[in-house]
Design a protein around this ligand. Sequence first.
Ligand code: FPP
Length: 252
Amino acid sequence: MGILNKFFGKNETKQVTHKSVPRHIAVIMDGNGRWAKKRGMPRSAGHAVGAETFRTIATYCKDIGVQYFTVYAFSTENWKRPQQEVDALMDLFRKYLTEAAETMFERGVAVRVIGDLSPLPEDIKNQISEVDKIADSLGENAATASLCINYGGRDEIKNAVKKIAEQVKNGEINPEDITENTISKQLYTANMPDPDLIIRPSGEIRTSNFLLWQSAYSEYYFTDVLWPDFKTTDMDGAINAFNMRNRRFGGV
Ligand code: FPP
C-alpha cells in the first residue's frame, strides 16, 4: 500500500451515493489564502493544506472510477503574487513531483503537468520530463491526474493558433480544412476528453481563464467551501448535483 493511501484513508468507508461518475472532473482550487488568513497563518500554509486536499481528492476520484482529474494549480497570472508565495508554490510542486515519480507506477495514476512550462525553474522542468516518461509507460487506460501550471486558457488558444498558422504557412494544411478538431489537437489537453464537471470552491463564480475551449459543454458546480476544507463528501455532493443535470449539448 502506498504511503499516500495510508495517510488518506483508502480503506475508510466511502459515502458514495452517485449513480455514475463523470469521466473527467476539473477543479479550480480556490480559497487557500482566505483559509490561511482566517487562522492568522501565511498564505503559503493555505496552499500546503490545499496540496494535501488535492492528494486526498485525486485519490478519491481514482478510487470511485473518475478517469481524468485536472486541477488549476498555477495560472499565467499567478507570477504577479509576492515572490515568497510563488516560491512556496514551486516547492509544493517539487515535493509532489518527487512523490509522483516514486509512487505513480504502484498507484497506476498517470500524473501530467500541462501549461506553458517554458518559464518554470529548470529542476522542475526536469522533474516533469521524468514524470512524463513514467506516465507514458502506464499506457492509455491508466487514470490521469493533471496539474495545470503556468496555465491560461487564452494563452493556450493563442499558442494553438500560432502552431496552426505555422502549418498553414508551411503549406501543411489549407485554411478551409481547419476544423474544431484541428484546434483541439493543438491544445495541452489534446489527448483527453473535455471536462464533464468543473468545480469551483470558495464562493467565487467565474471561470478565471480555466479550460476556456474545453469547457464549452461542461457542467459547473460552485460551493462556498474553501479548497483546504473540501472533503470527499463535498466531491460526492458535486457528483450528485452533476447527475441531476440534464445535459443536452445544444440538442433538445
Ligand atoms: C487559489 O487560491 C489557489 C492557487 C493560486 C494555488 C493553488 C495551488 C495549490 C492548492 C497547491 C498545489 C500543489 C499541488 C502539489 C497540487 P488563492 O490563493 O487565490 O485563495 P484566496 O482567493 O482565498 O486568496
